[in-house]
Design a protein around this ligand. Structure first.
Ligand code: FE
Length: 312
């Protein structure tokens, strides 16, 4: 049986702390808690923070999904809005995260408990340098939720894949419709985050925001929507690096042999001269030398000096 928890069930245990000298507040509500001595167990918690707060670039030691549940903001150069999904491998810096005018609430999901806390850049650069075979990678995606044809729309989230089992889907269910979800086998565990409407399991209703966890050994879950329908994301964690097949991993973007490309030493974001970054005002074909000196990594805000040529 998948483990399913609704906000209603856990909201009484929300804790709040002051940050930035009391200027901002951060709330944390644990949905699926793993005790410190069990780093093998999954964890899911909701973070809610006040408008305008800035969370500097940092990393964790385990793979992590974050799903925006409410509000708005920015992750480095990416706009964040409800439904948005960020995936970062362990030891991959991301941020800064800036909360928008409505504040920001996001669900943090880990297949395995982070042994420590957020490690900030540049203070913890030394920790990154200690790690052997670090393969940093991250992606921020805004899934498309399609209208439910015959009651169901289940679509893979483009770009959320890595050859180690990482995968994600957007799910729309019409009121009271049901669908069999993709299997969690071959992954390191699956989370379902209810964004709108409600999920019904074993006669019980789990309204948004709710979280379900399906272990890799469990059968695929059948999701049923409540009377208001259901909008959710389904997220499969990749297998941990140390047990991954030697097939390896795909880079963020694969430039052709004659392309000049540069990658971020911290998070492995790739700047491909041929593609440019039109969304950041850098036209396709712009050579690295013409990228403005104050330009920063769109995923982790590393400076140009922290980029290295991609070798072929
Ligand atoms: Fe970066």
């Amino acid at each position: 049986m998948p483990q399913i928890v609704s906000h209603e069930e856990v909201k009484g245990a929300r804790t709040q702390r002051d940050v930035q000298g009391g200027q901002h507040q951060v709330g944390r509500t644990d949905f699926i808690a793993a005790p410190k001595e069990r780093p093998d167990l999954p964890q899911a918690f909701l973070i809610d923070t006040t408008a305008g707060r800035r969370l500097p670039t940092h990393f964790h030691e385990v793979d992590q999904f974050q799903v925006v549940v409410k509000g708005d903001g920015r992750l480095a150069r990416h706009d964040l809005a409800p439904g948005g999904v960020h995936f970062a491998r362990g030891f991959t810096p991301y941020g800064a995260i800036t909360m928008g005018s409505q504040g920001l609430s996001f669900m943090t999901l880990r297949a395995r408990r982070d042994p420590g806390k957020a490690q900030f850049i540049p203070e913890r650069l030394s920790r990154l340098e200690e790690v052997q075979n670090r393969q940093p990678w991250q992606t921020t995606r805004m899934p498309q939720f399609h209208p439910a044809k015959d009651g169901v729309a289940l679509d893979a989230i483009a770009g959320l894949e890595d050859g180690r089992g990482l995968a994600g889907w957007s799910l729309t269910l019409a009121p009271c419709a049901a669908a069999s979800l993709p299997s969690a086998s071959g992954s390191d565990g699956q989370f379902v985050v209810v964004l709108e409407g409600s999920l019904v399991q074993a006669g019980k209703s789990y309204p948004q925001p709710s979280v379900a966890y399906v272990a890799p050994t469990e059968p695929a879950m059948t999701a049923m929507a409540g009377p208001d329908g259901l909008k959710a994301v389904v997220l499969n964690f990749p297998m941990p690096m140390d047990v991954a097949a030697s097939a390896g991993t795909k880079p963020h973007r694969t430039p052709t042999a004659d392309t000049k490309a540069w990658h971020c030493e911290l998070c492995n974001f790739i700047y491909d001269e041929a593609a440019g970054l039109p969304q950041m005002g850098i036209a396709p074909g712009t050579p690295w030398s013409e990228v403005p000196a104050d330009w920063k990594c769109p995923d982790c805000e590393a400076t140009k000096e922290q980029f290295e040529p991609v070798e072929f």
